[in-house]
Design a protein around this ligand. Sequence first.
Ligand code: SF4
Length: 620
Amino acid sequence: MQIGIPRVLSFFYYYPFYKTFLESLGCSVRLSPPTSAKTLDRLSICPTDEPCISVKLAFPHTAALVEAGVERLFIPTLTSADRYSYYCPKHIGLPAMLRNGLELPPEMILSPVLDWREQPRRSCESFVAVGRRCGASAEAARNAFFKAWRFQNYFQQKMAAEKWLYPEALERLVGVKMFRRNRPYNPQADFCGALRVGVVGHSYILYDYVAHNLVERLREHATVLVPEMVPRRALSRALSAVPYGRELWSFEQVIAGSALYWLEDSLIDALILVSPFECGPEAVVEVFLEREAERRRIPFLILTVDEQSGEAGLVTRMEAFLDTVSGSAAQRGGAAAAKNKTLSSTPARFMPPSLPVKRLLGFPNLGRLGAALATLFNADRERAIAPLPVTKRTVELGAELAPEFMCYPLAVTIGQMREYLEAGANTLVMVGGKGRCRLGWYAELQETLLKRAGYDFEMITIHSPLPLNKNFRPFAALVGRLLEDRPASKIISNAWLAYRKAVYLEAAEKLLYKLRAREKERGGADRAYRVFEAELAEATSLRAMQKSFQRFQEYCRTAPRVEGPPPLRVRLIGEIYAVLENFVNHDLARALGSLNEIRIEVETEITVLNWLRYNIFHTP
Ligand code: SF4
């Protein structure tokens, strides 16, 4: 059976594994042709303009294989590379995107799942299932899987030990010829081996057409280090020095870990990040690396590429950067001489803030959750600023500081934080919880961006206390820092009150949606809900909450309703922040529920409590 593998994305990491697996099953492998100007001309077959260039490229590559008549396509679903991290969601969704976007029959794509985090056993089994579809026995498929995995590990170790680029290793160990130019790009280039430049980025960008052979060009000027040259152990060591560093997205771990390792050990004179447009995960890493390079006074260049990036512009920026770097590296005496000097060079604005004795907390609000958060942090009404609503100004303030490719919720929450800081907060509270979404890294990013803008405050990030054996101590220490001199009993009772408020708010919202769709006097349900909300915000005991909920319940039960057919039920789905924050979604639930022409009952499973259950308490 001939199986096609598109020369994009995970090809630039796992091709040795894929090829060994398929050939061990007796299949022949066909690669799509390397990306060229012709491939870029066909990008329009990607049904949307939204994704990054790497995902867009997957469409013409896959289409080329289908046109060449391959019997099956091999496009694994990359979910997680280890116990800690996830791949970017686009790797998780790639097979489905291609199947739907190119209207391929479901059986055309062989898509085993690599998920070492949640379902390690399933990973092997899904490869075995693919092996069976290719005509191999279960045992032969299992053997092929382990053989391929062993080869992938050998390949990576060899690449790190020999200091090969991925294309070099692919050529030597797997026999795939990658583009190699046999004459210099710049015959006048002045090679300086003592100048060490670290280049990070996704391999599928660094070595694909869109980067215009940047790494090869750089090698004409300096000694170039790339992530695949960093041994796995060094990567892990560098990442474990960063809070939750192991929980970055899998490929971003490699990017951040390599850069940190070089910076920490003073192995480079300059750092270049090659980043695709529209890449959210890399936008997080970018802010983080910029801060780390700045702290060590290492020149840092970000080169952003996409299908429009011209070769000349890229090369000019690279060469101009190298000119500056050579001068400053010579002054410093090169990377080795910079060792031990760097940490003391932290600019003043990154110094730990000098806090007044008393904390004044600010916490980004989300939808109707403000009352519950206020109870948690502000039971004595002196320690936290009352929840501030999201407004147009909030969004504008956030957009001023948010990086271009970060999502809208990041911009809005930065805007909220600025408003709290302007209102006098000296401590900001944000949730963590690393998963598939970037949210878990927001706190770190927001802290960096706000401090860079000159704000002086402390950021406290609340991560899950689970599993208790690992996380309870740091969680308890953090709660202690947050609530300072308050007795534990008070903290526990506040937390319980806050939780119950959130439960009542969600229950009341469901009743509100039901009644809105049926009430005779339009607007009555909303008025009753506002009264309930105000009472709940003031309530300081479980009894008071219960009473006010019962009053609202009673109103909903007895309010006059219209006769006629049952309302249309519409479920709101989407990104949690957009669904829950009414300013962001233009109060969609109310707009739908208040229509006169048609009665609509809105439903949603996306709630803050469900998010907490899944992300913080892991009880899906
Ligand atoms: S990590 Fe960035 S470049 Fe890679 S697939 Fe995701 S969005 Fe695209």
